[in-house]
Design a protein around this ligand. Structure first.
Ligand code: HEM
Length: 157
């Protein structure tokens, strides 16, 4: 029982660190980078923040995934995936899978390879795109958190 409570606590802690960072990047850092408040070299300003947070986000995503699957297995929650009222379970898995892909594949192979050239050629558009992607990720993450907390505590849809 205590193991389950620990898993739940680690799960929420991981979500707080990870999505909190995405929130900060989306509503504070990227707007500042876009308007040049962190220097004229927007790419360098963005990388200074991103290169540090990406490792924190990777660790948090792994903790959230491990603790999440542990809870599913221990509580035998697999049948929930067949029921639409547990859409928030699908949402958690979906958000997690998207971030896994972005952090472990997209960041090293796309962001580092193709984005710098685009950002130097057309910084306005490149950073508007990057910001748009962050807004989308933040919105689906926040909807998932709302659904998961309400759903896990008995809200029935
Ligand atoms: C592999 C991915 C994930 C798995 C397997 C997973 C699994 C779970 C499980 C089994 C629960 C407990 C449900 C219950 O007690 O009825 C839970 C709770 C929760 N999860 Fe996830 N989850 C995952 C990813 C995420 C993500 C990406 C988020 C946020 C964006 C998230 C946010 C939450 C929240 C806020 C709760 C409710 C905690 C509470 O109030 O007790 N999870 N998750």
């Amino acid at each position: 029982m205590n193991e389950l409570l620990l898993a739940r606590a680690l799960h929420v802690l991981g979500v707080v660190v990870w999505i909190g960072g995405v929130f900060m990047a989306t509503v504070v850092v990227l707007p500042a980078v876009r308007r040049g408040a962190l220097g004229t070299d927007k790419l360098a300003a963005f990388h200074a923040v991103e290169s540090r947070f990406v490792w924190i986000a990777r660790a948090a995503v792994i903790v959230v995934g491990l603790s999440g699957f542990y809870m599913i297995e221990k509580l035998d929650l697999w049948p929930r995936f067949a029921l639409i009222e547990f859409w928030w379970m699908h949402a958690m898995l979906g958000v997690w899978a998207i971030f896994m892909l972005l952090l472990f594949v997209g960041e090293p192979f796309v962001l580092h390879r193709f984005f710098p050239a685009w950002a130097r050629r057309d910084p306005q558009r490149a950073f508007a795109f990057l910001h748009g992607v962050h807004v989308f990720l933040l919105v689906i993450s926040l909807i998932t958190i709302l659904g998961a907390v309400a759903g896990a505590h008995g809200w029935s849809w």
